[in-house]
Design a protein around this ligand. Structure first.
Ligand code: C2E
Ligand code: MG
Ligand code: MG
Ligand code: MG
Length: 279
């Protein structure tokens, strides 16, 4: 190695990169197989209404685990699926599964599905969504999509026109992780979102940061004026819940209320109408 360093050849780093690249390729191969075999699972996390304490919707969160690797975080495998061209197939699979699971739940319960910016690239998203809705019989008006701000910056006009089309079929559109991306308040002039989800980083800072509190307050004010509901993500403590309620957040989501759980666990929760927000 010393010899190579002397020649200025970064041989050590080459070896490191080869190993990383090999790992990436085996992960990609395993994911391809998991998608083909329909082994990507979904956990659902309830979102509750502050006013009634009821679950109004559940967010579908993709889950993948392998016996030898354990659970692979969705941030990792979703990004990988985007990079290797599998995201449209994976996205459709997740949507179909969420629609089928959703049929077992009461009509008033909405199902939120995350969309990756790449799913907008093909121009086929609306067709795919309408086809899945048709094939599964899940009513479009019970479907909500969560998109991050980063979607909108890529190709704003094109993205907004696809969102309008989805919305014209009564599908709800939420802006996710609000406040941490390349946010621009002008998005709210271009498109009327149904929901804003305040990123959990603000929620976790709430009890010791004056700024976080002011930001939540400002987003709630904006949302109220624009008739959007506000979901606070990542609510973990009773104090956070209290502060968010006092600040006028209409909906809460987080480990304090419930972790993401199986579809059958959601059925059990809604059947028993268990109070997820005890007074
Ligand atoms: P997200 O859409 O913002 O989802 C919220 C994340 O916060 C989830 O992480 C959830 O498990 C976690 N979370 C919920 N409550 C709490 C809490 O009280 N405390 C903390 N610390 N975390 C909480 P997860 O499941 O690891 O997903 C991470 C991200 O991966 C998601 O962020 C979303 O961007 C992406 N993702 C997950 N499933 C899908 C999918 O089906 N499609 C796409 N395109 N992206 C997905
Ligand atoms: Mg989300
Ligand atoms: Mg989020
Ligand atoms: Mg996120």
């Amino acid at each position: 190695r010393a010899k190579n360093e002397a020649k200025g050849e970064p041989c050590f780093f080459d070896d490191e990169m080869d190993a990383a690249e090999r790992d990436r390729r085996t992960l990609e191969r395993d994911m391809r197989t998991a998608i083909e075999e329909g082994r990507i699972d979904i956990a659902y996390q309830p979102i509750v209404c502050v006013a009634t304490g009821e679950i109004t919707s559940v967010e579908a969160l993709a889950r993948w685990s392998e016996p030898d690797r354990g659970a692979i975080p969705p941030d990792i495998f979703i990004a990988l699926a985007e990079d290797c061209g599998l995201i449209d197939e994976l996205g459709e699979q997740i949507l179909r599964r969420a629609c089928i699971d959703g049929l077992a739940w009461p009509e008033k319960l909405k199902v939120a599905v995350n969309l990756s910016p790449r799913q907008f690239y093909s121009g086929m998203l609306t067709d795919t969504v309408l086809r899945v809705v048709e094939e599964t019989g899940f009513p479009a008006h019970r479907l909500q999509f969560e998109i991050t701000e980063n979607l909108v910056i890529q190709n704003a006009a094109e993205a907004f026109s696809q969102l309008e089309e989805l919305k014209s079929h009564a599908i709800g559109i939420s802006i996710d992780d609000f406040g941490i991306g390349y946010s621009s308040l002008s998005y709210f002039q271009s498109f009327s979102f149904n929901k804003v989800k305040i990123d959990k980083s603000f929620v976790s800072e709430l009890d010791h940061s004056k700024a976080a509190k002011a930001i939540v307050q400002a987003v709630v004010g904006l949302a109220t004026q624009l008739s959007m509901s506000v979901v606070a993500e990542g609510v973990e403590t009773p104090l956070q819940r209290q502060m968010l309620e006092d600040l006028g957040c209409s909906h809460l989501q987080g480990y304090l209320i419930s972790r993401p759980v199986s579809a059958s666990a959601i059925s059990a929760m809604v059947i028993s109408e268990a109070a997820l927000l005890p007074a």
